[in-house]
Design a protein around this ligand. Structure first.
Ligand code: ATP
Ligand code: MG
Length: 412
């Protein structure tokens, strides 16, 4: 792709309201642009990263037997009355009316809709288990939208819902999806800690959060310095220095974390209130046992920037990088430079996503923008091209070397 054709509006200064490094960088790198408070446009580069994260999510869900569907963002009040949440959900729920004065909301989550989708069809244990997910825009009128994509009022979430005839089966899937989440985050360049959490207004019997340990996280995690115990502080009720409730020997420490995922054993909360029953092996009618599993797609992108950057540059984790290789021809009016960069571009394009900075800009500007854009491998076509050589930079290791143009393909 030619950079001259890609819309990458990089900025010298971050917007005034950007408090944390990742928010400043995402705005400066031309990944996102704020449209209204907590509401963002994903610019072409940001959109490419989002699509990569979504691809990883789809691969990992599909291969475990989950199937993708797409539910509406607009949800009717009737379904929320059935579950009892129309009254329970506070001002975070974005409510609206149609021209006939009927009430709707913009979905902050989809337990009601998914229960409505399956309840008329899953009438026998023979049709269970079932795992359905979507990747969709969610709406929550957050009290304090901030930190860019970290706490938006409109954001992208992957939500999966599973249905079971038995608690043991829910337990099995809960473990499977928990491991799936760890793998997805790892592929996105994020190490996560699993912490126990409150089930909140979603309800159910058990919930766990996936946290990326980071100073800018909005959650505080209580963890044991000796055993594996870790819980959201809101839920644990513990303070730093307390004895560990699990191993007793250890001491509780505290750290900040970004919640990138949250999984719940819902049990029968929605199936009983919304009348989603099936006939079991013994001929008895029982409510479906449910699990739900949320993953913040846009927040994951933000967390990846926070973890893989310094003040003026990003180095994207390999699998989510917007491009793999960035070619920087320094003098675009020099024939030899253009011939070499075109040839390298053609050679690599078959197997890699390549961006070529064909803009007639000064080298200083190209380097600054390239650091912000954050592509992991860089090929600079400078004055050594007269000897048939270009500079190759591996931005993960910082290694720089001059290589013959004929050897480029062997570098990958
Ligand atoms: P939080 O405690 O951060 O408000 P939550 O517990 O209400 O989040 P869930 O309902 O568990 O969120 O949503 C699943 C995932 O969606 C979260 O783990 C998070 O990654 C993401 N998410 C939730 N709210 C937002 C938001 N306002 N902006 C961006 N991502 C969000
Ligand atoms: Mg949560």
């Amino acid at each position: 792709m030619k950079q001259s054709l890609l819309f990458v509006p990089t900025l010298k200064d971050a917007p005034k309201d950007a408090e944390v490094k990742s928010h400043k960088l995402m705005a400066r790198s031309g990944l996102i642009k704020q449209t209204a408070s907590g509401i963002y446009t994903y610019l072409p580069l940001g959109n490419r990263v989002m699509k990569n994260i979504e691809r990883i999510i789809r691969e990992e869900h599909d291969k475990r037997g989950c199937s993708e569907l797409l539910m509406p963002a607009i949800q009717p009040r009737d379904l929320w009355e059935e579950s009892g949440r129309w009254g329970e959900y506070g001002p975070e729920l974005m409510r609206l009316k149609d021209r006939k004065d009927r009430d709707f909301c913009l979905g902050p989550t989809h337990e009601e809709v998914i229960t409505h989708v399956v309840r008329d069809h899953i009438n026998s244990y023979k049709k269970l288990p079932l795992a359905l997910y979507q990747i969709q825009t969610k709406y929550r009128d957050e009290l304090r939208p901030r930190f860019g994509l970290m706490r938006g009022r409109e954001f992208v979430m992957k939500d999966l819902y599973t249905f079971h005839d038995h608690e043991d089966d829910l337990e099995k899937w809960y473990k499977l999806i928990s491991e799936t989440y760890r793998i997805i985050f790892k592929r996105c360049g994020l190490e996560t800690k699993i912490v126990s959490s409150d089930t909140g207004q979603i309800g159910g019997s058990q919930a766990d959060e996936f946290m990326v340990m980071s100073e800018v996280g909005e959650d505080t995690i209580s963890y044991c310095d000796t055993c594996e115990y870790a819980a959201n502080k809101e839920f644990s009720g513990l303070a730093a220095g307390d004895a560990c409730p699990e191993c007793v020997k250890g001491t509780i420490k505290e750290a900040k974390g970004i919640e990138v995922g949250n999984i719940f054993k819902l049990g029968t909360k929605y199936s009983t209130s919304m009348n989603a029953y099936f006939t079991d092996k013994d001929g008895q009618s029982k409510p479906l046992i449910m699990g739900c599993y949320g993953l913040g797609v846009s927040r994951t992108m933000m967390a990846a920037v926070e973890q893989h950057s310094d003040d003026n540059s990003i180095v994207w984790p390999e699998e989510i990088a917007p491009f793999d290789v960035h070619i920087l021809p320094l003098k675009v009016d020099d024939e030899e430079t253009i011939a070499a960069s075109d040839a390298i571009y053609k050679e690599l394009s078959g197997s890699k996503e390549v961006l070529i900075d064909d803009r007639p800009e000064r080298p200083g500007i190209k380097f600054k923008d390239a650091d912000l854009i954050g592509i992991p491998y860089r090929i600079i076509i400078g004055k050594d091209i007269k000897d048939g050589k270009v500079e190759f930079i591996n931005r993960y290791t910082g290694e720089k070397k001059l290589v013959e143009t004929t050897e480029i393909s062997r570098l990958f």
